[in-house]
Design a protein around this ligand. Structure first.
Ligand SMILES: Nc1ncnc2c1ncn2[C@@H]1O[C@H](COP(=O)(O)OP(=O)(O)OP(=O)(O)O)[C@@H](O)[C@H]1O
Ligand SMILES: [Mg+2]
Length: 351
């Protein structure tokens, strides 16, 4: 089986945890789909078991030759920028290093890639990463490291080192597949599977509604922290926040803060679907113009202590939080909640 070669300088990114969280590893595959002009990427986590993950896009795909060149030529030499690849929908190119795809190594020991470009035969490849290889990557005496040269932007050759991190097998695709790329993990690491399974049993875990807007407004917005909701929620949140998808609405943030950004993101025509949920940036403060708090606190002034009915101008929007978490209303006139003076005055005089 041919060996997978990685340039030492690229390896540093892998072994030093650039792709530390499952979401950051998956985000790399989403970015590749974006760079391949896909309009949709679907991730399936095999919820609630988490034994296998799949990522599928409807992008340009790539050929067996490109795949083999990448594996033999030493991963870590991205040709995307050298090729001056043209992206559709006004998208900026994300890929830079030539290593992102291998970030998935922190979730699984092996994976399968299938790709069908627009013209020509597609390919299927199995990528197997050496057991425990990660611990040997930084060890110069592991026997996996070789001298090499590599070409940098501008065509210059520089001395480099290459390390073998696994093996691969590749075949022509003998089935019909629509244009695009699919990645399917096998050997998902037990730590990943267990952590995600356990996260569904946490006392504060809540089922994730299929409608992502509902998930954000009903659950995420009222959760004390993402930590309490557990790893699965965290994965969805991180992917939604870090991938180039639009906001839930152009007025998801007050004062038109994201309107322009949202127009730009919408123009890029990119959807990310995770376990059947179409993800959008996970913020929605529309019904909440004050920000993250439930109530709006104006600057408090001495007028708060003025007696009811006095000819003193009281700010219209004094929303005071009571122990029950609701804004207080005036006990005398029942006007709520801007007239909270008398209640407050009584309490103050008592003490
Ligand atoms: N979903 C995909 N569709 C089409 N080509 C892909 C896809 N995924 C990977 N490739 C090809 O494999 C190459 C390697 O991808 P990889 O993510 O490792 O590097 P990169 O995107 O070039 O750079 P970076 O490390 O910054 O992500 C890509 O340059 C691209 O040619
Ligand atoms: Mg990439």
């Amino acid at each position: 089986m041919p060996k997978i070669k990685v340039h030492e300088r690229a390896l540093a990114h892998l072994s030093r945890g650039l792709y530390r969280s499952p979401a950051s590893a998956l985000r790399e595959l989403v970015s590749n789909a974006w760079d391949a002009n896909a309009t949709t990427v679907e991730i399936n986590t095999n919820y609630p078991n988490f034994f296998q993950l799949s990522v599928r896009d409807n992008g340009d795909g790539f050929s067996r030759e490109e795949f083999e060149r990448m594996m033999k030529g030493g991963i870590g030499n991205s040709t995307k920028r050298i090729d001056h690849r043209h992206l559709k929908f006004d998208r900026p190119l994300i890929g830079r290093l030539g290593i992102g795809m291998l970030g998935i190594a922190q979730i699984c020991g092996s994976f399968e890639v299938r790709s069908q470009p627009k013209t020509g035969t597609g390919f299927r490849a199995k990528v197997h990463l050496y057991d425990g290889a990660k611990s040997k990557w930084d060890d110069a005496n592991s026997g996996l490291l070789h001298d090499a040269t590599s070409e940098v932007e501008g065509g210059e050759s520089v001395p480099d080192k290459i390390i073998d991190i696994g093996t691969y097998d590749v075949w022509d695709l003998d089935e019909t597949m629509s244009q695009g790329t699919r990645i399917l993990t096998s050997d998902v690491t037990p730590t990943f599977t267990q952590a995600f399974q356990i996260s569904l049993k946490l006392p504060n875990y809540k089922n994730v509604p299929l409608d992502w807007k509902r998930a954000v407004t009903k659950v995420l917005n009222s959760a004390a922290s993402l930590q309490l909701l557990g790893d699965y929620w965290r994965l969805l949140w991180e992917l939604a926040a870090s991938c180039p998808v639009p906001y839930l609405a152009e007025d998801a943030l007050p004062r038109g803060l994201v309107r322009e950004k949202n127009e730009e993101l919408t123009k890029h025509n990119f959807s990310l679907i995770v376990d059947g949920r179409n993800l959008f940036k996970p913020v929605f403060l529309k019904q909440n113009p004050g920000g993250y708090t439930v109530h709006r606190f104006e600057r408090s002034t001495l007028r708060v202590y003025a007696s009811h009915g006095d000819d003193v101008e009281a700010p219209k929007s004094i929303f005071r939080q009571t122990s029950s978490g609701r804004a207080a209303s005036c006990r005398r006139c029942r006007r709520a909640p801007e007239c909270a003076e008398s209640t407050f005055r009584k309490r103050r005089y008592k003490s």
